[in-house]
Write a protein that binds this ligand. Structure first.
Ligand code: ATP
Ligand code: MG
Length: 374
């Protein structure tokens, strides 16, 4: 699958444009604040139906306008499959989002996710490593929601029950009222924890590999740090039992705090440097470059997950990512991407000189005040 066409209307500063994307991708070059990241944001919106920069939908609408719309045509590489058009629009006044796949509104919003199969690499990715646990939870939640059937509904179910359970704790309801939520919380939470654990364990080797290759020999590890100890828990039932036990053991504390104090909403993923005699947390001890490398490795693992679970080469969106890596690291990232038989690449850079990927073949586009010239 590749993105062959893109129609944008009133998205940020991009105005109204219809573009045909070259099959290998494109390098978008322009000065600061011209709309390069906005362009990638518009494309990636079609994958997750939200901003990869964490912006609210209203903020994506061009200042003077009331509605934005983005539509992408996905062309299968296999000629026997027909192309698909995914379109998303958001209206300021009604705060209404409308999504269609080939003109039809999917039954659930979730069915419209993940059609593009794309991964964004952005300078803000360093927060995945430097930021708090919630950054890493959001990362794994997006990866699993897009790639693992059932994950998103378990996560949504968990959150819903958690809100209600917390409300009854906060208002000091009797124990029986609080406990009435336990079964739902535990069942959904166990699915979430099981999937997170399997993903981190299954992809840990790849993470270490990518890190080693980009850093030229240095090791790093990723490990799941569930808030509820899962030691010895193998089956889903075991995980449920472990969670229920942790809940029961913390009933006094949660009563005091007025909130649910154990569960996957407090999970983390540890990212550590493999040192000779110790393992150092990258968040605390990593240099800027080491953290950046770990963030890149996470995105590469995300791309690998898409390749494996959706049998598609993901569209790679690179938002000026080489700016802060040293020469050697940038070169090795590029080699890696080539070796992984990346599909289409859309990259942005302020200067022509920064466009190192496929330097000969990738077509160049320019952007000025949101207007793209091809
Ligand atoms: P840099 O190289 O600095 O990262 P960039 O080319 O990636 O720059 P963008 O972040 O894509 O820049 O675009 C920033 C511009 O978009 C700003 O000038 C901002 O005012 C404008 N902008 C942001 N949101 C909107 C909006 N809703 N409507 C109109 N313009 C917007
Ligand atoms: Mg930018």
């Amino acid at each position: 699958m590749r993105l062959s066409g893109l129609a944008i209307r009133h998205f940020r500063n991009l105005g109204s444009q219809e573009l045909e994307l070259p099959s290998e991708g494109v390098a978008l070059i322009g000065d600061n604040a011209q709309g390069k990241s906005n362009f990638l944001e518009a494309i990636y919106y079609l994958e997750t139906l939200r901003s990869f920069r964490g912006a609210r939908d209203q903020e994506l609408i061009s200042f003077e306008e009331g509605v934005f719309r983005v539509a992408g045509t996905m062309q299968p590489t296999d000629a026997s499959v027909r192309s698909e058009v995914v379109a998303a629009a958001f209206e300021r006044r009604g705060k209404r989002k409308k999504v269609t796949v080939d003109g039809a509104e999917p039954v659930r919003m979730g069915d419209a996710l993940g059609h593009l199969a794309a991964v964004v690499f952005s300078p803000a990715d360093i927060d995945l490593v430097s930021g708090g646990p919630s950054e890493r939870r959001r990362f794994i939640d997006i990866v699993l929601s897009l790639n693992q059937p059932g994950y998103m509904s378990a996560l949504q179910g968990y959150r819903k029950v958690l809100v209600r359970r917390n409300a009854s704790l906060k208002t000091g309801q009797p124990g029986a009222v609080v406990q009435a939520w336990d079964k739902g919380l535990v069942t959904a939470g166990a699915v979430v924890m099981g999937a997170r654990r399997d993903w981190v364990q299954g992809r840990g080797g790849a993470f270490g590999d990518y890190y080693r290759r980009v850093s030229n020999g240095e090791g790093a590890r990723m490990a799941y740090r569930p808030n509820v100890s899962l030691e010895g828990a193998t089956s889903g039932e075991d995980i449920c039992a472990a969670f229920q036990e942790a809940l029961s053991a913390s009933s006094e504390r949660e009563r005091r705090m007025g909130t649910t104090v154990v569960g996957p909403h407090r999970d983390d993923i540890l990212l550590r440097l493999e040192d000779a005699d110790d393992e150092l947390d990258l968040r605390t001890y990593g240099s800027g470059g080491q953290r950046r490398t770990a963030a890149l490795a996470l995105r590469l693992v995300e791309a690998q997950t898409i390749r494996d679970t959706r049998s598609q080469r993901p569209l790679i969106l690179l938002d000026d990512v080489f700016a802060e890596l040293d020469e050697g690291r940038s070169e090795r990232v590029l080699e890696l991407m080539e070796a992984e038989e990346t599909g289409q690449v859309v990259l942005t850079a302020p200067k022509e000189a920064d466009v190192r990927l496929r330097r000969d073949s990738l077509p160049r586009w320019r952007i000025e005040s949101g207007k793209i010239s091809t």
